[in-house]
Design a protein around this ligand. Structure first.
Ligand code: TXA
Ligand code: MG
Length: 332
């Protein structure tokens, strides 16, 4: 693998830290991960402490090669191998039956395990140099916005991380699709860049969505990936009026819309978002992070289309808006 010389030192040092039970934040194509040696109880427990994450929420195990699936999962269905061959490295996490020797802390005590091979040269180089598997949730505090740049990780976790590999902005920008293959029917637990129709080709039936009492997954809580500032979803036509009614109170407001503003007043920030879903996803968390400032009364977001290619963005928007109680927003 061709790793730029300036990163070789990073990778070697980060791999050494992983071996010593350290926490290493690293870039993936989706979001930055907070990694620890997946086979080391002490190291994995540090992830939970750093994130403020409840111990019963499982982590994704990142693999450097497909053959390692056998080390972590058992009774692997043929579809899992087919999907891994086709989509890995890439933004697809598979939930499979776990091997009995996998740490309970990694799986949240469940009988299943989430695994994926990330599509990022630095993540793959780290996995290869380290030689083991890396348990890594997104490198943010529990429930908050996932980091898509190294600076986000430092802002979120600070000295709780031993090393941050800066690989620049993430190319996908939203967390991986999670596909549960441990039950009778394939089930998408979290939508991502790999869509349901892309997966459907590999099955006789279209995978079902939602968890229906399935295992715990924080990314599936109604409020997750959430800014502290209230966030409201609006149709395009309703935005300008909402901006004005907030401005009348002298408070700051941020808008994420796919069109330019009609209102020609100052005192607010209007972020014109990409109209292409992949480009939108790439900048979305950075825009949310920038909007999430103390003096901002609320974030108004134009509802993207309800088409399949927008499913992952719409899912994250819904969760980001779930914290917002209408009664806290007297004005808008
Ligand atoms: O794109 C991604 O998946 C990023 C990068 C770093 O790989 N990782 C990520 O991890 O988003 P995290 O922990 O923030 O979200 C992983 C989700 C959680 O909702 C977790 O509960 C779920 O995957 N998960 C992990 N193992 C599971 C299992 N055995 N059964 C059900 N859900 C599981
Ligand atoms: Mg997360």
């Amino acid at each position: 693998m061709g790793i730029h010389r300036e990163f070789r030192h990073d990778i070697v040092q980060a791999a050494d830290l992983l071996r010593a039970g350290g926490l290493v934040a690293f870039p993936t194509e989706t979001v930055y991960g907070l990694g620890a040696d997946a086979a080391c109880q002490r190291a994995v427990s540090r992830i939970f402490a750093a994130k403020g994450r409840p111990a019963d929420h499982p982590l994704i195990v990142h693999l450097g090669q497909m053959a390692d699936l056998d080390l972590w999962a058992r009774d692997i269905p043929a579809e899992a191998w087919h999907l891994a061959t086709h989509f890995w490295p890439g933004p697809l996490t598979l939930i499979l039956k776990r091997r009995p020797d996998v740490l309970d802390l990694v799986t949240g005590g469940q009988d299943t395990i989430g695994v994926r091979m990330p599509d990022h040269p630095l993540a793959l180089a780290l996995l290869k140099t380290f030689g083991g598997a890396i348990a890594a949730p997104s490198a943010n505090r529990f429930g908050r916005i996932s980091p898509t740049a190294a600076a986000h990780v430092i802002a979120e976790l600070g000295i709780a991380v031993d090393y941050v590999i800066d690989g620049g902005p993430c190319a996908v920008g939203l967390e991986s699709t999670i596909l549960d293959l441990s039950g009778v029917q394939p089930r998408v637990l979290r939508p991502g860049a790999v869509t349901c129709s892309m997966l459907a080709e590999w099955f006789d039936e279209i995978p079902i969505t939602g968890d229906a009492g399935g295992p715990r997954a924080p990314g599936r809580l109604p409020s997750h990936y959430a800014p502290s500032t209230p966030l409201r979803l609006l149709e395009s036509a309703a935005i300008d009026e909402s901006v004005l009614s907030t401005l009348i109170t002298g408070q700051f407001v941020t808008v994420l819309s796919m069109r330019p503003p009609k209102t020609s007043v100052s005192g607010y920030r209007w972020e014109t978002m990409p109209t292409d879903p992949q480009a939108y996803a790439r900048v979305f968390y950075t825009c949310l992070r920038n909007a999430d400032r103390k003096d901002c009364r609320c974030i108004l977001v134009e509802l993207p289309p309800a088409t399949e290619e927008w499913t992952a963005v719409n899912d994250r928007l819904k969760r980001a808006a779930a914290n917002t109680q209408q009664n806290k927003l007297e004005v808008v």
